[in-house]
Design a protein around this ligand. Sequence first.
Ligand SMILES: NC(=O)c1ccc[n+]([C@@H]2O[C@H](COP(=O)([O-])OP(=O)(O)OC[C@H]3O[C@@H](n4cnc5c(N)ncnc54)[C@H](OP(=O)(O)O)[C@@H]3O)[C@@H](O)[C@H]2O)c1
Length: 247
Amino acid sequence: MTIRHRVALVTGGSRGIGKGIAMSLGRAGARVALSYRSNKTAAQNTLRQLQALGCECFAIEADATDPAQAESLVGSVTEKFGRLDLLVNNVGAFNWGTVAETTVEEWRRVLDSNLLSVFCVSRAALPAMRRQRWGRIINLGAVGAERAFGQATISAYAAAKAAVVAFSRSLALEEAKNGITVNVVNPPNIDDKELSAEEARRMRDARFPVGRPPSADDVAEAVKFLASDSADYVTGQVLSVSGGWMM
Ligand SMILES: NC(=O)c1ccc[n+]([C@@H]2O[C@H](COP(=O)([O-])OP(=O)(O)OC[C@H]3O[C@@H](n4cnc5c(N)ncnc54)[C@H](OP(=O)(O)O)[C@@H]3O)[C@@H](O)[C@H]2O)c1
């Protein structure tokens, strides 16, 4: 798959799944820009690991939900690398809470983090990708987002991820003629932060028919495929990396 020399921007690429994606693209020979919100130490650690792979890379502090910062984020990438081929919109905060207990501020935080960020950074990336007549936008959803899944206590997150799918399909239709594809990768729950190790193991064994828990690398492999020339004819699609969970 041809990723070598492509220029990639991974939002929230300093840790978690975003880091896995940045590392995978770097390993495949892409030049990588990663963004983060405030944790410079995590970003520097990831940069060091990328550099150890021989990857040309840099990190930018930018709030992906702020339109002006999204514009200057993309501007930094095109200034440094001369182009932008692959945009991975990875930022997307999670929250627990029933509708009855969710404040307007919390609702806005989750919707902005998952949805406004995707709009702001995608919109900022379009001029460069249109000029090149080539671009890949890959948005992170969550397993079940393509059918607007519902689950008690995650209404804001579920609504935002379903909207990311609708947004991605609309953008895919708008930009197909410009050589830009837009797809969604749906990860499953990768880090059961609130469970004990034993509980997490039991849940995963029961949940994932393939018989092993998922990793950020599994998600990164799907992103890498959609970012490659092999996926030229794939747009407006949702690829779930779920080990067979929730079909
Ligand atoms: N983890 C899972 O189990 C899971 C499951 C399904 C879907 N997903 C989706 O996969 C994606 C990655 O999830 P994750 O759990 O790996 O995320 P995460 O660990 O929470 O990602 C954190 C990264 O995003 C950055 N970030 C957060 N808010 C930002 C903002 N407003 N502007 C710029 N950067 C921001 C962080 O920067 P700082 O470190 O500076 O704060 C950090 O780089 C998300 O879209 C998530 O919804 C995750």
